[in-house]
Structure formats: C-alpha cells, structure tokens
Design a protein around this ligand. Structure first.
Ligand code: HEC
Ligand code: HEC
Length: 348
C-alpha cells in the first residue's frame, strides 16, 4: 500500500470511529454509572419502546427466573471489535466493556408498565451492577442504588393482581450473581442461549447469530447442550421440576453460591438425590422448616420443607429469600407433582 492510500484509509477510519461513538452506546467512565438509563444510549427514539441501537442485540434464555410474573426483555452489547469466549463448561467469558441489560415489565389492559432495568457492566477486572427504576411517566429510569418499591397492577389468568413490586438494592445483586464471592452473569450460558430467536431479519438460533455478527466464536452442533425449560410440557415431570430448580434456585444453591453451606445443591446436572434434598435434614432447623423434618419427602409434598418454603411469602421463611413477593403457584404445583411421582422411600 502506498502512503497516500494509507493516509486516506486512516483518515476515513478515524471519521468512521468518531461517528460510531457519537451515535453508539456510551460506557460510563466512572464505575458509579450514569444517573439516567437514557445516558447509555442503548435504546433509540422513545425510551419506553426499548428499541435497541445498532449493535445492541436482544436475547432470550431457555429457562428464566420467576420474578413475580414480570415479563423480561434482555439485551447485550459488546464494544466494537471485541468478542466473547465460550468456556469448556458452557459458561461464557465476556470482554471488557460488555453491557448486559434486563428490563422488567407488566401488562395491564394492553398497557405496558416498565418497572425496572438492571445492568451488568464488565469493567477491567470485574462486573458492576446497576438497578434503574422507571419514572411513573415512563420517560426514563433513574439509578437507585438503594432499590425501592413500585406499585403494580397486572393481569394473570383472568385475575387482576395488585402489589408493591420490590427492586433489589445494589448489594443484593451479589446474593444471586455469585460464584465463590465473585460477581458474575447467570443467564448467558451456551445451554441457556441455545434456542431460536425471532430477529427483525428472521428466525435464527442465537448461538449462530452471535457467531455471525462476531459476538462469539462458537460452532453449534447437534451435541450442543440445550437447557430444559420447566414450561415445556413435552418434557417429563422430573426434568421440568429440575429445570425449574436450576433456573430459580441453583444460582445460590450450588457449591460456590451464597447458599453453599445449606448443602442443598439444585443444579440440573446434580446427580446425588441427597443433594437435591431427598430425605435431607436441613442445616438450620429454624422457623424456615415449618416443623417438617426433611427438604424432600418422596410422595409427600406436605412433609417437604422445599415446598413449604416455596409456598410461603413470609420474608423469614420463603425461598428464594429475595427477588419475589408473590408465590409462584404454577411452580409449587409442579414441584409437588414431581414429589408425588417419586418412588416411595420412607425417610429415616
Ligand atoms: C433472586 C436472585 C437475583 C437477584 C437478587 C438479582 N438477580 Fe440478576 N439475575 C438472576 C438470574 C437467575 C438471572 C438469569 C435468569 C434470567 O435472566 O431470567 C439474572 C439475570 C440478570 C441480568 C441479565 C444477564 C444475566 O446475568 O443473566 C442482569 C443484567 C441482571 N440479572 C442484573 C441484576 C442486578 C443489577 C441486580 C441487583 C440490582 C440483580 N440482577 C439481582 C438472579 C438475580
Ligand atoms: C438468594 C439466594 C437463594 C436463592 C435464590 C434460593 N435460596 Fe434457598 N437458601 C438460601 C440460603 C442462604 C439458605 C440457608 C439459610 C436458610 O435456611 O434460610 C437456603 C436454604 C434453603 C433450604 C433449607 C435447606 C437445608 O437443607 O438446610 C431450602 C429447602 C431452600 N433453601 C429451598 C430453595 C428453593 C426451592 C429455591 C428456589 C425456588 C431457593 N431455595 C432459592 C438462599 C437462596
């Protein structure tokens, strides 16, 4: 290449980069984050439409967390030229500058109310967390490190439910987003992302799409694991129940999580029935056990602490201990049905 062409190329690329950073996503310099959600420029136009700018990709996961029946819209953005790496165990390592976005909203009489937006941003060494609460007029969302509550009314199965939705504070994020005391994302794993998504350009498997746009190097095959979903009625009752416990409990209930000392490990891949709670006596038999002896008593949901704690909305008893106010009745039914279907095994 002669010098003139080199200079022209350099000049054009500088202009291109400048334009891109003007119209593109903004990363906060200060790990404290921006005061307003709009300052990140993740979305364009009217903020409530949640219309992503170029480079911000919507995604979904096979087996999501229950959050008081809130609906979710998830997005990811990575800085130009960087990409994520898939680890051997199916987890994904994201580059510096990655932003993960999770919006929570409810529908009532066709109207959408967005209540909060949570961000995870990867700085040099670690992830930072940001809870944003939406203003009543839905014009923007403000950073609220202390969390808060928002009055919500929504429709579920022809019923109208009104309650005060709780947004966790900044310090509670790590209760769940925790592996050996390091704050990490939970959802974006190979098995969770291995599903079809309806992009504007058409339907595509998310892993293929991420690879195509340069967000991830991954060769999906028929061997690539797919996380089971508790909602998939084609799956047998045990896989559905274990998928539910994986998505809703295992981020704390594993050997590196914040419930590691309970000895109750609820990952889908856990093979030891005692670890799921079968005939397992609780570590601390306080109020949380409701007078029951074991976490799971085969064939007897009414004797199982696990069901007792899922049925409860008492903050000192309920499981998960944070992140919900309402009882997830469909899940209580599912887990109860699973326990009833187990082979008899009188717990000693
Ligand atoms: C009760 C446990 C719990 C708490 C508390 C919690 N999260 Fe999460 N979060 C999850 C789980 C589980 C997922 C993945 C499943 C899903 O998205 O439905 C997730 C997903 C996310 C995502 C999408 C990327 C990812 O990791 O999957 C973001 C962003 C996020 N959380 C931010 C936050 C922030 C910020 C806070 C604190 C204000 C917080 N979360 C508190 C459990 C929790
Ligand atoms: C935010 C983290 C977190 C999440 C999410 C969570 N738990 Fe827990 N869980 C704990 C902690 C911490 C303990 C130990 C203290 C206690 O018993 O209250 C515990 C204890 C328990 C126990 C008693 C276990 C024993 O043998 O001592 C049961 C049963 C239980 N959890 C069920 C569940 C179920 C079912 C879910 C999902 C629906 C769930 N938990 C989700 C943190 C969590």
């Amino acid at each position: 290449m002669n010098n003139r062409i080199l200079y022209i190329t350099l000049f054009l690329s500088v202009i291109f980069t400048a334009c891109k950073s003007q119209s593109g996503v903004q990363l906060p310099k200060d790990p404290k984050g921006f005061k307003l959600l709009s300052e990140y420029k993740i979305f364009q136009g009217n903020l409530t439409e949640l219309m992503p700018v170029e480079g911000v990709i919507p995604y979904d996961i096979n087996n999501p967390l229950f959050s008081d029946y809130a609906e979710k819209a998830r997005f990811i953005w990575m800085p130009e030229g960087s990409k994520a790496i898939a680890n051997e165990d199916g987890s994904i390592q994201f580059p510096e500058g990655t932003i993960l976005v999770k919006n929570f909203y409810f529908h009532h009489k066709e109207k959408r109310q967005i209540v909060e937006t949570r961000l995870l941003i990867k700085f040099k060494e670690k992830w930072e967390v940001y809870p944003y609460i939406w203003k009543e007029d839905q014009s923007d969302a403000e950073l609220q490190v202390a969390g808060g509550t928002v009055p919500v009314t929504f429709s579920h199965l022809d019923k109208e439910i009104s309650f005060r939705y709780t947004v966790p504070n900044k310090f509670q994020c790590k209760n769940c987003h925790n592996a050996d005391n390091i704050l990490l994302p939970i959802g974006p794993q190979i098995a969770q992302l291995n599903k079809i998504y309806s992009y504007q350009s058409g339907e595509k498997n998310q892993l293929d799409y991420w690879s195509e746009i340069g967000y991830l190097d991954y060769n999906r095959t028929t061997e690539t694991p797919i996380m089971a979903s508790w909602e998939n009625a084609n799956n047998d009752i045990a896989s559905r129940a274990k998928a539910y416990l994986d998505g809703n409990c295992a981020h704390c209930h594993n050997s590196k999580g914040s419930a590691s000392t309970s000895g109750l490990f609820l990952k889908f891949t856990e093979l030891d029935p005692m670890r799921w709670g079968i005939c397992k006596t609780p570590v601390a038999a306080g109020r949380g056990s409701g007078g029951r002896q074991v976490d799971i008593y085969p064939q007897h949901p009414e004797k199982s602490i696990l069901v007792y704690r899922m049925e409860s909305d008492d903050p000192g008893v309920m499981m998960p201990e944070i992140g919900r106010k309402l009882v997830h009745q469909e899940a209580v039914d599912l887990i109860s049905e699973w326990i009833k279907s187990m082979d008899a095994s009188p717990c000693k």
